[in-house]
Design a protein around this ligand. Structure first.
Ligand SMILES: [Zn+2]
Length: 59
């Protein structure tokens, strides 16, 4: 399922779809906020979840 990530700087929630999780979060060190363009580091938990999403679906 998609997850919500909250920006460290402005607190704006960003919805990360399963596609974004499997294709982007598994590789990217940061996620950019849509609102303020600040970088939010991908936590270890989020990255592990992204890999689970990737393995459970055939993209
Ligand atoms: Zn922000």
């Amino acid at each position: 399922m998609p997850v919500l990530m909250f920006c460290n700087k402005c607190g704006t929630p960003k919805k990360l779809s399963e596609y974004v999780l499997s294709q982007y979060v598994t590789k990217a060190p940061h996620i950019y906020c849509d609102q303020c363009d600040s970088t939010n580091s991908v936590t270890e938990e989020l990255r592990q979840y992204a890999f689970q999403v990737k393995e459970s679906d055939n993209w």
